[in-house]
Design a binder for this molecule. Sequence first.
Ligand code: PMV
Length: 318
Amino acid sequence: MSESWIAKAPSNIALIKYMGKTNSKVNLPTNGSLSLTLGHLLTTVKISELQGSEDQWSALTGEGIQAVELSEKGKRRFLDHFSFLKKEFGIEGTYLIESGNNFPSDCGLASSASSFAALTLASYELAKSKASADYMLSELANLSRKGSGSSCRSLFSPWCQWREDSVEAIEALPNNLLHSVVVVHNGRKKVSSSEAHLRVLTSAVFEGRVERAEKRLSDLKQSLRTKNWKESFEICWAEFWDMHGLFETSAPPFGYMTPQSLQVLNQVREQWEEFNDGPIVTMDAGANVHLIYRADQLELAKDLNQKFSQEYSTYNSF
Ligand code: PMV
């Protein structure tokens, strides 16, 4: 039997968003971002030796693994990143790359962050088995970044900050938070995130965006550290609306919100209005709504989940 190398990596959700690049070739962001790593949403990548002259990709199968579906373009992008890593690590030979998630690939959750992070880590395992290789986690994160920007944050847990080419774990922020995503739409995006990064630069309100995001990043770390949950909610709420506002004011405009997204957002807002407490809310470049609860809000998380799951699929860490 041929040898194989396996690695797993988690997804992550940004509370301060990476949107807009200063360099599209190597994915350098216009502003710093802060994310929470989602340890319950994992991609596994397995690399095996292959006869032949070209690397190939196929869906990984196995217990607890749900096969990923990749478009031709998606396969190409994944294999191109593997070629880049082979060069970087001095790996020779031809390989089969298999990948799969522990969550359904059609559930509307972006898996590119976890996939590229897992591919980078599995390639590093392969490199170490062939020759001595000694990379720091931050160096591996920067390699992953070149395949998919947001994937660099998946190598640090539970909180990661990324600014330019500096990716690091942020200490002293709350641990054991609960995460839930309400999947209101699971189709393919009409505008890819790569296209969104380019298009937001055309928005008149992109002016000032870097300053707004940087201020929120600093304010959010402070409010999380001082356990000011309401202020953390308000900062994150303003931040995802800022990003979605950039989308809608780009030339030409585009958007991901659906009436169902708004319905979920309104219910969460009502929860806050009534009880002066609730989950932190955020949205990615998509229609689905991510909710983050403190560990002591488990009952509330279960109650809201019960409501949302009557109409939509939800994926929870609790
Ligand atoms: O890594 P990309 O190019 O798919 O960019 C993703 C950007 C957002 O998910 C919209 C925000 C973020 O910071 O993750």
